[in-house]
Design a protein around this ligand. Structure first.
Ligand code: ZN
Length: 481
């Protein structure tokens, strides 16, 4: 006779496919059922309901690990499609959009932007968000760090705060009338200590983490200051994160300022290692790829933002072959009007394959012929955006579906949209078909956070109305007609 179900026991039953986030043959579990107990995955396989157990009918559905988004700027969720920056490359876009508008963010706008971005992510099946927040300056009248943790907690999501900031004003900021003053190193480090003491949880499935993340290492701080940041992070057991090597202009600036490559510069200030991950890494030479791999420094790949800004496509295949842990981030919505993990993984899959094809040279021109077939599979992309994210964030109890792991689970219903009809392998549908697969359930630590494509208690029409009013207020503050 079966044991009776515990109060927290849920059986998700009858799924058409289960993707685990694990590599190789373990990427798919035969299923078709998954049991959660007390916030963890208790069993996978062909399971019968326990007496009194809550059962979720998952026929017509596929189950994924909830996504882990490893690079974002949530405040940008009110800066989508800004015309002056829409067709610009990185540096003019930074000046036109995030830097031009950021001084208009008061506490209400910041909180609203964070909520919009987190809601969008949750509805795509994302449970964990690493936000690279750089809205800090001396005398700021509200605490952006606290707001990010509060908004994530409201939605029941895991928040990794990557505490940005700078001690140097970049030229593109200095020319702006609303340029914000930089911090001192002492005040930056003191705030890291405050945040770590208040929020950081070292648990392998923590709900809250703090990361040391000056906004852009070669330009935000002096080399000695970056070394002090790295030393403090390692003393406190925090990770390091930032932007690196996004464009050729970035490479040129680092060479002009520091007479070396961006990755070599980071190595010189102790900013490489298993506890470091960088967003972008689009433009790299072979030596940099080898150094990143040898030190197990990770990447947050942001294909939609890199595409939107005309930056290029990161060489994920070469990076992974070298030993670099690969993860996926949506980046801020000011350079990605689809800042959800379904759109991002769909783009990652297509763009990596296109990159392979771009490198192909015809045999009649002295090349090797067709290429790109082995560039990236959907299972690779799922692994990068789940287990890969958990690895770079140092959260080993999330990101994979296996017994004992935290029950961070997305259940996609493929029975409602003709886009998903006719598939020979339904397991690939959420990534390969793109769009927005209907999210029947999102669980974070076994807690139900999304039901039938909606967040319980959230008034979406009201959120949209608040967003429209906020965009108008931000335009007025920036002097936009
Ligand atoms: Zn970014």
């Amino acid at each position: 006779m079966s044991e009776p179900a515990t109060a927290q026991s849920v059986l998700i039953q009858g799924a058409d496919a289960i993707l685990t986030g694990l590599p190789g043959a373990a990427a798919r579990h035969a299923g078709p059922d998954l049991r959660m107990e007390d916030g963890r995955i208790a069993a996978l396989g062909a399971l019968d309901p326990l007496p009194g157990e809550h059962v979720v009918d998952a026929r017509g559905c596929v189950i994924y690990p909830a996504w882990v988004n490893t690079h974002h700027h949530l405040f940008q969720s009110l800066l989508k499609g800004e015309p002056q920056g829409l067709n610009a490359t990185l540096t003019p876009w930074l000046a036109a959009t995030p830097y031009r508008f950021r001084s208009g963010f008061d506490e209400h706008h910041f909180r609203l932007a964070a909520r919009i971005g987190l809601v969008e992510l949750a509805l795509s099946g994302c449970a964990t968000v690493a936000d690279h927040n750089y809205l800090y300056h001396p005398g700021m009248p509200f605490d952006t760090s606290a707001i990010l943790f509060e908004e994530a907690e409201r939605l029941g999501l895991r928040m990794v705060l990557c505490r940005g900031g700078a001690t140097i004003t970049r030229q593109l900021e200095a020319d702006l009338p609303q340029a914000l003053r930089p911090e001192t190193l002492d005040s930056y480090l003191a705030d890291i200590e405050r945040l770590a003491a208040r929020y950081h949880d070292a648990a392998p499935d923590a709900m809250r983490r703090v990361v040391v993340a000056p906004t852009t290492p070669p330009f935000s701080m002096r080399p000695g200051e970056l070394r002090e940041c790295a030393a403090l992070a390692r003393r406190l057991g925090l990770r390091l994160h930032s932007h690196l090597s996004e464009t050729v202009g970035y490479q040129d600036s680092v060479f002009a300022q520091h007479a070396t490559s961006p990755v070599r510069f980071c190595e010189s200030v102790d900013w490489v290692g298993e506890d470091v991950w960088f967003a972008h890494l689009v433009k790299l030479d072979a030596e940099e790829i080898a150094l990143l791999g040898a030190t197990r420094t990770g990447i947050a790949h942001c294909p939609q933002s890199n595409g939107r800004l005309g930056s290029g496509i990161a060489p994920l295949q070469a990076l992974e072959a070298a030993g670099v842990p690969v993860s996926i981030g949506v980046d801020g919505a000011a350079s990605n009007e689809a800042a959800d993990m379904i759109s991002e993984t769909h783009a990652a899959w297509l763009m990596q394959r296109a990159k392979g094809g771009e490198a192909a040279v015809a045999r009649c021109r002295g090349g090797q012929g067709e290429a790109g077939a082995d560039a990236a599979s959907v299972d690779d992309v799922v692994r990068w955006a789940t287990a890969g994210g958990a690895a770079v964030l140092g959260l080993p109890r999330i990101g994979t579906l296996a017994t004992g792991q935290a029950a961070d689970i997305a259940v996609y219903d493929l029975s409602r949209n003709p886009r998903h009809f006719g598939l020979h392998d339904v397991g690939i549908a959420p990534v390969a078909s793109g769009g927005q697969a209907h999210l029947r359930r999102l669980y974070v630590g076994g807690q139900e956070r999304v039901r039938d494509g909606a967040i319980p208690g959230l008034d979406m029409a009201e959120l949209g109305a608040q967003a429209r009013a906020a965009v108008q207020a931000l335009k007025t503050a920036a002097g936009v007609a």
